[in-house]
Design a protein around this ligand. Structure first.
Ligand code: PLP
Length: 395
């Protein structure tokens, strides 16, 4: 593959030169035969690692039976997955889409429709500073990424941002135009910034008092990532609307919009999409969710989380990095010196793939079935990289 070939792709992000050809479990291989330990996993997407037999089998079986029959017809996997998600989440209804942004667009539409029906046309959705909800125009407008403020103007109106974990800012921002509050239980792209449990519980309470919908964007935190199938399970309430993406397909494009009966107010023609609920992707989603929802599987996620937290804390103490945060297998190491991109590059050169969502943090999002041996291998490489990166400055 030459530069000439590569230039046929829009240059939308700085990519390392490697061209990946094969994946197995926690490992990726490039076209020159180099192996990499993968702690990015498709951006918290490959729930069961690369080439998981669970996913390969679901794909093969379904591909031989039915790949697509039009979203205007029912298919068996779509019905099965919707019922499974209903039973596991306690929410009543489900709409499938292909990306997280699309699920969030659906959540925004649902909230606005509900506002027209039940709140005198209230349409405003309060979101959070630093929040990330996707890259369509509406979801970019809902996101609180300061670098995006001036992009692709004019933005979609109707979104107001408040700082995360600041209840009084939220209270004073609510008006009779407010129809919903939309947030991530842990802000992933912002660098793994958790909302506190007390804040989220108070937000839920506030929503009940004011008759406002609560939308949880669990595209990154859902499907076992934080140690329970859904992050909201750790809070003792169920939001009105929950969006899922990333991990639900275990690597294939699938997302879901879940809503409680009162919030699930689409009529015919309000929502759709050519590939929604297609049997190939929903069959994979069903296999992934069935696997992850098993108590033993989730116990493994929690055990691996404790292990990784301990190891990262040790690295943080050794190199005076600033601490570890996050939950489950969505963890970040603070880098007080702000050299994330340099460490990511050095790790890549040493055969480790990690991500730095902000220069001041490294993010770890391994497959949920990661092993202790793989964790140890990752920590060894990272230790070496940190030693090389910081040795001159420390001397
Ligand atoms: C990744 C992500 C999205 C967007 O999902 P896409 O599949 O990239 O559209 C939305 N919200 C959160 C919290 C995410 O992490």
């Amino acid at each position: 593959m030459t530069t000439e070939h590569i230039s046929a792709l829009m240059d939308i992000t700085p990519r390392p030169e490697a061209v990946f050809t094969d994946g197995s479990g926690a490992w990726l291989k490039d076209s020159t035969g180099n192996r990499y330990l993968d702690f990015v996993q498709g951006w918290a997407v490959n729930t069961l690692g690369h080439a998981s037999p669970v996913i390969v089998e679901a794909l093969q079986n379904q591909a031989q039976r039915l790949i697509n029959c039009s979203p205007a017809y029912f298919n068996a996997p779509m019905i099965k997955l919707a019922a499974l998600l209903r039973d596991l989440s306690g929410l009543d209804q489900c709409f499938f889409a292909n990306s997280g942004a699309e699920a969030n667009e659906g959540a925004i539409k649902l909230a606005r429709k509900w506002g027209q029906q039940h709140k005198g046309g209230a349409y405003e959705i309060i979101t959070t500073v630093g929040g990330f909800h996707g890259r369509t125009l509406a979801t970019m407008s809902a996101s609180g990424k300061p670098q995006w403020d001036a992009l692709f103007e004019p933005k979609v109106p109707g979104f107001t941002k408040v700082p995360l974990n600041d209840l009084s800012a939220l209270q004073t921002t609510i008006s009779d135009k407010t129809v919903a509050i939309m947030l991530e239980p842990i802000q992933g792209e912002a660098g793994v910034i958790p909302a506190t449990d007390a804040y989220l519980k108070a937000v839920w309470q506030l929503c009940r008092e004011q008759n406002i919908l609560l939308i949880f964007d669990e595209i990154q935190t859902g499907i076992g990532r934080t140690g329970t199938l859904f992050a909201f399970e750790q809070l003792g309430f169920t939001p009105d609307i929950v969006t899922l993406g990333k991990g639900i397909g275990g690597g294939v494009p699938l997302s879901a919009l879940l809503a409680s009966n009162p919030a699930s107010c689409f009529s015919h023609g309000d929502q759709g999409g050519t590939f929604n609920g297609n049997p190939l992707m929903t069959a994979v989603g069903h296999a992934v969710v069935s696997k992850v929802a098993q108590p033993l599987f989730l116990a493994h996620v929690n055990a691996m989380s404790d292990y990784l937290t301990k190891k990262l804390t040790w690295l943080s103490d050794s190199y005076k990095l600033g601490g570890v945060r996050g939950r489950g297998l969505l963890l970040a190491l603070e880098l007080s010196r702000g050299n994330g991109p340099e460490i990511v590059k050095n790790a890549h050169a040493n055969g480790l793939l990690i991500n730095s969502p902000r220069p001041t943090s490294l993010r770890f999002m391994p497959a949920l079935n990661v092993t202790v041996a793989e964790m140890d291998a990752m920590i060894d490489i990272l230790d070496k990289v940190l030693a090389e990166t910081y040795a001159p400055a420390m001397a």
